[in-house]
Design a protein around this ligand. Structure first.
Ligand code: ADP
Length: 474
């Protein structure tokens, strides 16, 4: 089934609500009008009945109307009031007198019906083919004490005609109003949804090769603008991620190309002519080194990818930073010594954080490894741990090459390596600090660096101190 458009749905809903409201209003107005007309009619009939009774003279079986025929107002009123009337003897039920109009209708009650009318309600109706009358029934007593039933009537025709006309108008109003509402709702819906369609058209133009496109923000600060702004923010993040992915792919290709070219070159030279067994051995040893670097880089990349995909869960143990620093320093000591760099540590005891010993040690080893790499012979590296208020601070300080101000904001990016001849001499793929930053972030901490070219660098890791253990526990 074809889905119903939002515009059509809106038009149908508007029209439905309007039809209900219109029908309700018409019904209410019709009832109010009918009530008022009926009330006016019964009031008028009551007045006429009182008048007829006052002008009526009853003597035995004779009934006469006595009024001043010379008074035009009185004559007019009596002629109006007595247009439909008839008088029955209450005890015999016999008709005594009636107006000519009543006679023309030719309707007469039987004696039993008269007796019932005497006991019945004040108002009754006569419905014939030519006329429908509303009758006021009155019991009147003559001067000699006899009882009579006096009926004074009024035609219901004008009232019925007015109600019929009102109903006709009402019934016409419903389709006319409905058509007008549907058209109006269709038009309003179209106008209201036009910006949505414009957004949809703009969104269609966005593709992976045109990620810089954005949805237009009209400046109306309405819900649609908020939607466009939110969508554009998502696009910014997406564009950023895609840019990073592209850079990542480009960097991987670049980083893999160099060792592969070296490997290939060595293999080609080795195969170009016959060599002594010792030469082949040297080539293979050199290749093994390159393979080692390659597998190290691939391992780091995999670790980073797994970390960013949320596939690594860190332990939440109590970790003493002094122990951690001592272990890392012990592992790095031989490397530092082989490069003629001194490595000293000054760690406050009892600084405990919550985290994963293995991963934190890896972070410190990375920082120390960088410090050793970028510090020339005779330099020194200081590893320290202390606490400031509620945070633990671990610092790796060296007096080595330092980092340029341009490179400083980028060193935590993947594959970033400072573009200096010094950096190019040193091995590395620019992945170490990304991993360190991820580890620190996972421990709810932050890492910062202060460095000056030629003076050295200080890497500062801040981590929240562990809560004090509950009493009785270690
Ligand atoms: P790499 O594996 O290349 O060392 P890192 O991500 O660990 O990658 O470091 C990125 C870059 O930051 C390095 O190439 C270097 O330019 C700079 N860097 C990191 N640590 C230091 C340091 N202690 N002294 C000077 N430069 C550093």
């Amino acid at each position: 089934m074809k889905p119903v458009k939002l515009r059509t749905k809106l038009a149908i809903i508007y029209a439905g609500i309007f039809a209900l409201l219109l029908a309700g209003t018409i019904a209410w107005f019709y009832n109010l009008f009918a009530y008022q007309v009926n009330k006016d009619l019964t009031d008028e009939l009551g007045e006429r009945a009182v008048a007829v009774r006052n002008f009526l003279h009853l003597e035995g079986d004779r009934a006469r109307l006595v009024y001043d025929a010379a008074d035009p107002d009185e004559a007019y009123f009596v002629s109006l009031a007595t247009r439909y009337y008839q008088i029955y003897n209450a005890s015999s039920g016999q008709l005594m007198a009636r107006s000519p109009e009543m006679e023309a209708i030719g309707f007469q009650y039987a004696p039993d019906e008269v007796r019932e009318l005497i006991r019945g309600p004040r108002l009754s109706m006569i419905q014939t083919e030519q006329v429908s009358l509303l009758l006021h029934n009155d019991l009147v007593r003559s001067a000699d004490g006899r009882l009579y039933l006096l009926q004074v009537g009024v035609s219901l025709e004008p009232r019925n005609a007015a109600l019929r006309r009102l109903l006709q108008v009402g019934l016409w109003l419903i389709p006319v109003g409905l058509t007008a509402t549907v058209s109006l709702a269709w038009w309003i819906g179209g106008r209201a949804l036009r910006p949505v369609l414009e957004l949809a058209a703009a969104a269609k133009e966005i593709s992976i090769s045109r990620l810089d496109k954005r949805l237009p923000v009209r400046g109306a600060d309405d819900e649609l603008d908020q939607l466009a702004v939110a969508f554009n923010e998502v696009m910014n993040r997406l564009e950023d991620s895609v840019r990073q992915m592209r850079e990542f792919t480009a960097s991987i290709s670049h980083e893999l190309r160099t060792p592969l070219t070296v490997l290939r070159g060595e293999a080609e030279v080795a195969l170009s002519r016959d060599h002594a067994a010792g030469d082949y051995r040297r080539v293979l040893e050199s290749q093994l080194e390159e393979f080692e670097k390659l597998s190290q880089m691939i391992n780091r990349m995999l670790t980073l990818a797994r970390a960013e995909a949320g596939q690594i869960t860190l332990a939440r143990d109590r970790v003493c930073l002094a122990d951690l620093a001592a272990s890392a320093a012990e592992q790095m000591e031989p490397l530092a010594a082989s490069k003629g760099v001194s490595l000293t540590s000054a760690c406050e005891e009892d600084i405990v954080i919550t985290g994963d010993f293995g991963w934190l040690e890896r972070a410190v080893l990375n920082l120390l490894d960088n410090a050793v790499k970028f510090t020339p012979r005779g330099g020194c590296i200081q590893l320290s741990v202390h606490s400031e208020k509620s945070i633990a601070v671990l610092e790796v300080k060296d007096n080595g090459a330092g980092i340029s101000a341009e490179a400083l904001p980028h060193i935590f990016e993947r594959f970033y390596r400072e573009d200096s001849s010094r950096s190019r001499e040193v091995e590395g793929a620019g992945l170490g600090l990304s991993l360190v930053e991820w580890i620190v972030r996972q421990h709810h901490g932050r890492i910062s660096v202060a460095s000056r070219i030629g003076e050295g660098s200080v890497f500062r890791v801040e981590l929240p101190l562990a809560e004090l253990p509950a009493h009785g526990q270690d």
